[in-house]
Design a protein around this ligand. Structure first.
Ligand code: AMP
Ligand code: GLY
Length: 417
């Protein structure tokens, strides 16, 4: 069987590796891929939002299954286009992907179907938004309504900061269309629950926790994710049952009932608050870097599973009981400006998985080529062992221009009750 994976980051690399373990898969293409992915798949220079070129490629190469990585491809309508052509694709339609691409759509759906989330109001008018914010307690959670590459959420600690942010989002149109969701501030431990969803059928993956801030102790600016792990001791079986029965399943049901059935990975960004588990956000795709720590635990055949989901057949997903932990190596300066082209050494000596995020090969040397550069993932019977192993293995990578957090996974031990 021939597979096409759309995307280029660490998430995509992990998807390619999972598909590569399938006994049914003979050939994997990746568009556009990266230097690490190129070791396991044939990279083709097609951009992830060039829908016509992707569709044309899939048709000409008789691709049996296309798997979509990034939200930008979904929002561009790649799934709708492939379906028109009767090409099998794993991912939601543009309409169903609004659960991620529009905060307002997601919030309205949750309120209508009683899915627990922070209270909110939506605004397009600056004066009304400011008046509302000033009537609410601080901090204020301001979310730009649209895809903003992880930069659309501001937690304002003062009314002045809130006003400036609203001006950026609503008056100066720094983000685009100018609609803002203002939310109640929730407190608690965040975790990610990704599920394979086909209409009303929902199959959970192991829960994971991302680390969004750049520096140790959750300090510094938000990033695309500096590390993740699976096996969260502070999430109980009851929390998980609640998240599945009150959040993930009802959301899949709601999307189906609204005439926009979901197919693909529904990602719940959840928070365990004092008043139960609530939704912070939904994504319509595999999470990054959660996928890099979750998919290595998949024991079922990834190709079969994704075909079943794409075709709407009942299926099953089995997972190993090992814990996993991944540490991201990022370019110094990230998420601000950073240099590219620094040589990376020692990758081959790592005892674990290394998924490339932003690398390139230059004069047959592996070099940095992005903000987040790679993630080292180790697995072990316990989380403590996986953490210790990942911390040791990450040191084997030599590069003058990389940094990483040294506290990935520590929250699991602090929060143990
Ligand atoms: P999002 O892009 O929606 O995931 O938001 C980015 C981050 O902002 C989340 O991971 C949370 O840490 C934080 N956040 C978002 N919404 C809230 C909220 N209602 N209360 C507290 N923190 C939030
Ligand atoms: N890990 C957060 C995301 O994938 O959006």
């Amino acid at each position: 069987m021939k597979v096409l994976v759309i995307g280029s980051g660490g998430r995509c690399h992990a998807i390619v590796e999972a598909l590569g373990r399938s006994s049914e898969v003979d050939k994997i293409y990746c568009a556009p891929g990266n230097a690490g992915i190129a070791q396991s798949a044939e990279c083709v220079p097609i951009a992830d939002n060039d829908i016509e070129a992707l569709c044309d490629f899939a048709r000409r190469h008789e691709i049996d299954l296309t798997v979509v990585g990034p939200e930008i491809s979904l929002a561009a309508g790649v799934v709708d286009r492939f379906k028109q052509e009767n090409l099998r694709i794993f991912g939601p339609t543009k309409a169903a992907a609004q659960i991620e691409s529009s905060k307002d759509f997601a919030k309205r759906l949750m309120v209508k179907y009683g899915i627990p989330t922070a209270a909110y109001a939506t605004f397009t008018d600056y004066d009304q938004a400011v008046a509302y914010v000033r009537s609410q307690p601080l901090p204020a959670v301001l979310k730009y309504d649209g895809l903003a590459a992880g930069k659309g959420v501001v937690i304002a600690q003062s009314y002045d900061e809130a006003e400036q942010t609203l001006r950026d989002m609503l008056v100066d149109d720094r983000f685009g269309q100018g609609r803002v969701v203002i939310e109640e501030y929730l407190q608690g431990e965040e975790f990610s629950l990704m599920c394979f969803v086909s209409g009303r059928d929902v199959y959970p993956m192991p829960v994971a926790q991302d680390h969004k801030r750049a520096f140790d102790g959750d300090e510094g600016p938000n990033t695309g994710g500096m590390g993740a792990y699976t096996e969260l001791p502070f999430i109980t079986d009851d929390d998980l049952a609640f998240a599945m029965e009150r959040i993930m399943r009802p959301t899949a049901e709601a999307l189906a009932a609204e005439g926009t059935p979901f197919c693909g990975v529904l990602y719940g960004g959840l928070m365990k608050t004092e008043r139960g588990v609530k939704v912070i956000e939904f994504n319509a795709r595999f999470g990054d870097p959660e996928t890099e720590v979750v998919l290595p635990r998949l024991k079922s055949d990834a190709y079969r599973l994704m075909c079943d989901i794409a075709d709407g057949r009942k299926t099953s997903a089995e997972w190993s009981s090992e814990a996993t932990l991944g540490i991201v190596l990022a370019s110094k300066g990230y998420p601000g400006s950073y240099a590219k082209g620094a040589e990376i050494r020692g990758v081959e000596s790592v005892d674990g998985a290394v998924y490339h995020m932003g690398t390139a090969v230059c004069d047959s040397r592996l070099v940095t080529n992005g903000g987040r550069v790679m993630i080292v993932v180790c697995s072990a019977p316990t989380l403590a062992e996986a953490r210790d192993k990942a911390r040791a293995e990450v040191e084997k990578i030599g590069c003058d221009n990389l940094f990483h957090r040294s506290d990935i996974g520590d929250k699991a031990f602090k929060n143990r009750k």
